[in-house]
Design a protein around this ligand. Structure first.
Ligand code: HEC
Length: 255
């Protein structure tokens, strides 16, 4: 900067470049054809004379233009595709055919369906529980009953510490939702456990259905009926009687 102030560079007028003529400019351009021209297989218009086919109809002449590259690429591409497709799916058997794909999707749907049913089963509560007498459900219920309930209710539901489950008399109401409710919440002060934490809703509904299926079996050594006779007046009768209402007659007598 300082040097520049002391010794300024002298001003040099810029040299004007001569203006090119268009033809000269064109001849200076690289002669390589562009990709676009190659793709379309375009021939320069100067070569048109070489392409004219030797006949003329009504004075109309035809040019023997080469087939464009893009067309050839597509055309041979379809052949290569067809061969590899045939090999991949039909000869080599690497890909899944329609039928196999269909079966796979059905299998997947079944898995999803099972998962959905499992999920919806776990949302069962006393208001949505349904009477279900299917063999699978009752068998599941029997297994659960045998492992959990037999100690107090007897192997046939005849009653030991717990009441007889086979008669029409119920301390806490019969019918699927009452029984489900008793099983779910239990009657802790009377020795009936709340099963909510040990059994999932589906299991509770299965065992409730199993308990109901015992009704009227009249097993040997059955405990005397306790509670009130339950008549399904209203199948949606969800009202659970509190423990107080169901104090046994004997208990009353003792006082
Ligand atoms: C520890 C003993 C015991 C076990 C285990 C037990 N219970 Fe009970 N259960 C009782 C007693 C005691 C009562 C009576 C409650 C009352 O007096 O209010 C009862 C009542 C019931 C009632 C109501 C009966 C009625 O008359 O209303 C049902 C239903 C029942 N139990 C089902 C089951 C099921 C299902 C299981 C197994 C998952 C089970 N219990 C396991 C002791 C038991």
């Amino acid at each position: 900067m300082y040097q520049e102030q002391v010794n300024p560079t002298p001003y040099v007028a810029p040299v004007k470049e001569p203006v090119l003529d268009y033809d000269i400019w064109l001849s200076q351009q690289p002669k390589k054809p562009s990709i676009w021209t190659k793709l379309l297989s375009l021939r320069p218009i100067e070569e048109e004379g070489d392409l004219v086919i030797d006949h003329a109809y009504d004075g109309i002449k035809e040019l023997n233009n080469p087939v464009p590259t893009w067309f050839n690429v597509l055309f041979f591409g379809t052949m290569i595709f067809a061969v590899s497709y045939l090999f991949y799916y039909h000869i080599g058997g690497y890909g899944d055919l329609q039928d196999q794909e269909y079966e796979q999707e059905i299998a997947k749907a079944q898995v999803d369906k099972a998962a959905y049913l499992e999920k919806s089963a776990n949302t069962i509560d006393e208001s949505s529980v349904k009477v279900d007498k299917t063999l699978a459900v009752l068998q599941e219920g029997r297994t659960i009953f045998n492992t959990n309930c037999v100690v107090c209710h007897g192997d046939k539901g005849q009653g030991i510490i717990g009441p007889n489950l086979t008669d029409e008399y119920w301390l806490h109401g019969g019918g699927i939702s009452n029984v489900f409710k008793t099983i779910k919440y239990g009657v802790p002060e009377k020795g009936m456990i709340s099963w909510e934490k040990n059994l999932n809703p589906k299991q509770m509904s299965a065992v409730a259905n199993f308990v109901l299926s015992l009704s009227g079996t009249k097993p040997a050594g059955a405990k005397a009926p306790q509670g009130e006779k339950y008549e399904a007046k209203n199948p949606k009768d969800n009202e659970m009687k509190t423990a107080k209402d169901t104090v046994r007659k004997e208990d009353d007598a003792k006082k």
